[in-house]
Every structure is written in structure tokens, then in C-alpha cells.
Design a protein around this ligand. Sequence first.
Ligand code: ADP
Ligand code: MG
Length: 266
Amino acid sequence: MSELVIEGLRAAVGGREIITGVDLEVASGEVHAVMGPNGSGKSTLARVIAGHPDYEVLGGSVRIDGTELLGLPAWKRAEAGLFLAMQHPIEVPGVSLNDALTESVCTTSNADVIASRMLAEADLMAFDAQLLQRPLNVDLSGGEHKRNEALQLCVLEPKFAIVDELDSGLDVDALRMVSRRIEEATEHDELGVVAITHYSRLFEQLRPDVVHIFAGGRIQESGGPELADLLEAEGYERWADAQPDPEPAANPFRDPFGDPFADLLT
Ligand code: ADP
Ligand code: MG
């Protein structure tokens, strides 16, 4: 049994504090949903945990089984058992998914074992096996990107996975297949999941144990699975005030040839 523990995490990008104090504990086999409005900092949280170098950590701690991840390069965090399925996976021309995965696991498994695992996972997710040989994420459709991320997750078998908007771009059938496969990994392989999304449809197959409402760069409220349905029905308006500092509003367009006194009449 493993544990991912986040305490008092704060982080900034471009001189602006986006993550304003996150505490979260996830145990093996658990699914934690993190739901919140656009721009609330969910992807920033995922990138900070994974070790994206553009983000400045201002304080706090992220540990897997007592190992502090903050300060480690991303690959060491992966070695400690962390995986991030990205909202917008990056294209890596010249490196196939097959090569990337084989390199990732060659220290712990042999290439033949990996090849057969990749094919088995591709089959489970109705993922065209030819995509394994194509350059990573190059010219893939939205749905293929997401299956690609899920396939990597299932082949690499991390202790904890953060999945960021896995549902975006997937059609209903593909979403069902992929989320059921991840649910299975939580049941059989003790995978712990932090699932970031705005929509409760991800949770038809992947059953959350806890739902956290994330706004203003922190968790505002936590509850049971019913919170996901409530949020989808009612939206995030209650937490609108919790948004991080808004970007300065652009000046409204003024027509230089318009009536200069128009404002006075309204
Ligand atoms: P969410 O995933 O909840 O929609 P994000 O984490 O993507 O939100 O963004 C939160 C805020 O942080 C936004 O205002 C976004 O513009 C800002 N932000 C995120 N990454 C960067 C970056 N690399 N540079 C500047 N601003 C960023
Ligand atoms: Mg996001």
C-alpha cells in the first residue's frame, strides 16, 4: 500500500501565484476527482506535481511513500511511481510511442515483455496498433491522443497517476473503454488516481472515492461521489469569487469615429 501526500503546496508562474495551498492525500487504489472551473489552476497543479520546470514552487511538500518529489527532475518523480496523463500531450517528432515506452521501462523489464504488454493494452482500448510505431503524438486526433496517454499509463504501471481532462476529445464509447480500463487498474493493480475534469461523465466507469472542488488554486470543499453530479448540474458559480487574480481586463474597443458623448446618454 502506497500513499501520495501533498501538503501546503503553493506555486507560481510568470510571477503570479496560481496554486495557493493544496493539501491532498491519496492512497493506493483510491480515485480522487478534482473538479473546478476553467483557469482555476488544475493543470498547473498537475504540472507542478510532475516537475515542469517553468513553474516555481513557493512552498509545501509532495511525497510518495515518504520520498519528497519537489526538487527532483521529472524522470526521478516518474521513477518514484508518478505518472501524468497530460491535458494537451506534446508532439515528439522522431520518437515513436513504442520507443518511448521501451526506453522508459527497459531498466525494469525486457523489451519483449513490454512489446506484448503494449499490444495487449492497445487491444483493450481499441487503439490502432500501428500508432505504436508513429511519432509520439504527431498528427493524432483528440481521441487518439487520450488513448495514447491511457495506454502509456497502463503499460508503465505507476503507483499514482494524475489524469488531466482525459475525457476531452474522447467520444462516448472510447471514454467508456478507457475509463473502465483505468478503473480496473485501481482495482487489480492498486493504482491511485487523481482525475482532473469538469464533467462527471468520466466517473460513470472510473468511480471516485472522493470529489474535491478546486477553485482559486486550492481545494475549497471535498465530499462523496454525489458532489460530481451536483457540480455538473449547478456549475461552479458558488466558487466564482475564489478565482485567482484575474488577468487585467483589456480596454473596451472605442470607435474613434463614433459619437464621443454616447456613454453619457446610457
Ligand atoms: P485549468 O487547468 O484549471 O483550466 P490552468 O492551470 O491551465 O487552469 O491555468 C491557471 C492559470 O494559470 C491561468 O490563468 C493560466 O493562464 C495561468 N498559466 C498556466 N500556465 C502558465 C504559463 N506557463 N505561463 C503563464 N501563465 C500560465
Ligand atoms: Mg487544464
